[in-house]
Ligand binder design. Structure first.
Ligand SMILES: CCCCCCCCCCCC(=O)SCCNC(=O)CCNC(=O)[C@H](O)C(C)(C)COP(=O)(O)OP(=O)(O)OC[C@H]1O[C@@H](n2cnc3c(N)ncnc32)[C@H](O)[C@@H]1OP(=O)(O)O
Length: 182
């Protein structure tokens, strides 16, 4: 079944945040311990994200043998994790931190292990705190996606949102210093 994801028509205007990464620049990790993009996450995907033109984010992921789900092909949950993280960087082009409230994936073709997937995430629109995004994954030809995802991210006040959970972070001391309540 194809996606039933609906973007509202009464969207708010958006502008690229003046401090957002420029096209071609690597985007900053939101958390070094993030399973998706954190450079210090011991077993994470370690995705490197690059800002694209307008409101797009690009990333590549080698499908390691340990990502196997069905015999010889990627696990669907690993793919959705990658989508979540790549699309989760789109709000940072607009400005605010945001977290996933809705994520859906259409799996179009089996994706063999030991291939390299290219991701492109795009902003579909913003309405109040909701940021609507789309992601595609392909092997090199964006017109032939092997999977397509849609996600809604809701902006948060990171200091408040994570305040009760900092103790659990693998970087708890660092976060308590940066984000704890005054
Ligand atoms: C250090 C830097 C870190 C930076 C952090 C960067 C992280 C990126 C990492 C990757 C992303 C993740 O994995 S994030 C991890 C997974 N996600 C989460 O843990 C989020 C859990 N959910 C929540 O905590 C909560 O639902 C919040 C805070 C997001 C929203 O709650 P709230 O503040 O009470 O707001 P609420 O009124 O409910 O919702 C606001 C608007 O969103 C809509 N909305 C809410 N849920 C949904 C939904 N499922 N589908 C559609 N729409 C929804 C509401 O209708 C409303 O629209 P309207 O009334 O305006 O029409």
């Amino acid at each position: 079944m194809k996606s039933s994801f609906v973007v509202p028509t009464d969207l708010d205007p958006v502008q690229r945040h003046p401090k957002a990464a420029k096209a071609g620049e690597r985007m900053r990790m939101h958390n070094p311990m993030c399973f998706g993009c954190g450079e210090e996450s011991p077993n994470g995907l370690r995705l490197e994200m690059f800002a694209g033109e307008e409101f797009t984010v690009d990333a590549a992921m080698r499908v390691q043998t340990q990502f196997e789900g069905g015999p010889g092909v990627i696990h669907g949950g690993v793919l959705s994790t990658a989508f979540d993280d790549v699309m989760g960087m789109v709000p940072l082009l607009v400005g605010p931190s945001a977290v996933t409230v809705h994520l859906e994936v259409d799996y179009i073709k089996p994706i063999p292990v030991e291939t390299t997937l290219q991701f492109r995430a795009s902003l579909l629109g913003r309405q109040r705190r909701k940021i609507y995004t789309e992601g595609i994954a392909h092997y090199g030809d964006p017109t032939q996606p092997v999977a397509v995802a849609h996600g809604i991210f809701v902006t948060i006040n990171a200091r408040e949102h994570f305040a009760d959970h900092l103790e659990n972070s693998q970087l708890s001391d660092e976060y308590k210093r940066r984000l704890s309540r005054p």
